[in-house]
Write a protein that binds this ligand. Structure first.
Ligand SMILES: NC(=O)c1ccc[n+]([C@@H]2O[C@H](COP(=O)([O-])OP(=O)(O)OC[C@H]3O[C@@H](n4cnc5c(N)ncnc54)[C@H](OP(=O)(O)O)[C@@H]3O)[C@@H](O)[C@H]2O)c1
Length: 238
């Protein structure tokens, strides 16, 4: 268990089929927790304490069925990690409407729907941890990332307001602002663009999976019950 905890948590990780979400699912399984992952596609992850749900976070019925399925299978739902996300770099002038809508729906509406449905299960037990995902591209206002950064700005506000609305139920809501981590999400971003982004960080390196799970461990721990509504950026973005 993390941070000396003894209780097994039931943790939902959205977007768990690859990248950061897969890392988090494996990380928490490795620490003895039960994990329910979701993605639109299938997962190759096999573990006695892992259940994969093919669910689209933009689909209200999918999300409701996912959270109800988790409670039915594991008896409760303690932690939601709203990791599922999509990105697309484009100048505003050439950004297709369908791409913009997909980014907003997945990153913002998806996080909202999962928070709402998982929040119901957490309120019933008066305990919960919600971790959202934003990006250093939001405070850095990077050219080419207008819609992506705007979707994550929405996630940040969702985080702060949800923290206030859910605080009296012992549910904390925070967000991790990741620096670039080499996953499929950014694999096709030109090297010079990533280099320019790294130049703006206090600590000039790519993010690694361990950087993400380190912050997630802190945010979901029992001891972090007084930490809520916070956005923690990695790499030093001031
Ligand atoms: N990598 C970075 O540099 C970076 C930096 C800052 C923030 N982030 C954030 O970190 C999170 C994870 O990113 P990543 O780099 O790990 O991305 P990734 O490797 O592209 O993985 C994205 C995951 O989300 C799932 N997903 C996408 N749309 C979905 C939907 N509508 N419903 C359910 N699942 C969906 C994907 O599976 P399916 O396609 O099968 O659905 C996949 O499992 C995102 O929120 C991203 O914005 C990443």
């Amino acid at each position: 268990m993390t941070s000396g905890e003894t209780e097994r948590r039931v943790i939902v990780v959205t977007g768990a089929s690859k990248g950061i979400g897969l890392h988090l699912a494996e990380h928490y399984l490795g620490h003895g927790h039960a994990v329910a992952g979701c993605s639109r596609g299938a997962s190759s992850l096999k573990h006695d304490l892992y259940a994969h749900y093919q669910a689209d976070v933009t689909d209200e019925r999918d999300v409701s069925a996912l959270m109800k399925g988790v409670v039915h299978r594991f008896g409760r739902l303690d932690v939601l990690i709203n990791n599922a996300g999509v990105a697309s770099m484009n100048h505003i002038i050439t950004m297709p409407t369908s791409t913009a809508e997909s980014i907003i729906r997945t990153n913002l509406v998806g996080s909202f729907l999962c928070t709402r449905e998982a929040g119901k299960a957490m309120i019933a037990r008066k305990w919960g941890r919600i971790v959202n995902f934003t990006t250093v591209a939001r405070p850095l206002a990077l050219p080419g990332e207008a819609v992506y950064a705007a979707s994550k700005a929405g996630v940040e506000e969702l985080t702060k307001v949800a923290a206030k609305e859910l605080g009296s139920f012992n549910i904390t809501v925070n967000a991790i602002g990741a620096a670039p981590v080499m996953t499929d999400l950014i694999r096709h971003v030109p090297t010079e663009k990533i280099e320019r982004l790294l130049d703006q960080l206090a600590i000039r390196r790519m993010g690694e999976y361990r950087d993400i799970s380190n912050v997630a461990d802190f945010l979901i721990s029992e001891a972090s019950d007084f930490v809520t509504g916070q956005i923690i950026y990695l790499g030093g973005v001031c």
